[in-house]
Design a protein around this ligand. Sequence first.
Ligand SMILES: CC(C)(COP(=O)(O)OP(=O)(O)OC[C@H]1O[C@@H](n2cnc3c(N)ncnc32)[C@H](O)[C@@H]1OP(=O)(O)O)[C@@H](O)C(=O)NCCC(=O)NCCS
Length: 159
Amino acid sequence: MSATVLHQIQKSDLAVRSLVESDLPQVMELECLGYSHPWPESLFRDCFKPQYRLWALIRGDDMVGYAVVNYMVDEAHLLNVCVHPALRGQGAGRYLLRYAVAESIRDGMVQMILEVRESNEAAAALYASEGFEEIGRRPDYYPDAAGREDARVMVYRFT
Ligand SMILES: CC(C)(COP(=O)(O)OP(=O)(O)OC[C@H]1O[C@@H](n2cnc3c(N)ncnc32)[C@H](O)[C@@H]1OP(=O)(O)O)[C@@H](O)C(=O)NCCC(=O)NCCS
């Protein structure tokens, strides 16, 4: 993404479309900026299957974020959500999350579940403010610089 687009977001600038495999080079750039332990590209490729929904967050001509959701029976599992670091804190993550939730409801899911690193306070605050509640922990779920880190498990029941 060029430096010229890294100014403040107006929500009306944002749109969501389906992610396609040709987006993956850009996804991998964002993924490596977004995470200490990024997914390999092969993991994204494995998600292009009917029971997955992959969303690209678009601003102008740029892809500025993405989300990956897996449908299991009637439960949506949010596997990944990421926004370009330069655009964080301006509502883009909330916009994308709301889109993924709305699509999950439309597709007949009854709840959305996710794991989030215990240290990821920004993401956990976003989820809590959108109706997710913590229902447990998965000990040592994630690798981190010091060894392993717990995951909070959060769920949003749609009804
Ligand atoms: C998590 C992420 C997607 C949020 O995207 P974002 O565009 O920054 O989020 P928003 O601007 O929509 O913020 C929504 C809410 O999140 C919380 N939040 C966002 N940034 C925060 C921060 N730095 N500290 C604390 N809370 C924060 C706030 O509750 C905020 O609501 P508010 O603006 O009304 O206070 C983004 O930080 C990101 O891509 N992180 C790296 C990847 C990642 O960790 N993904 C989640 C994996 S579980």
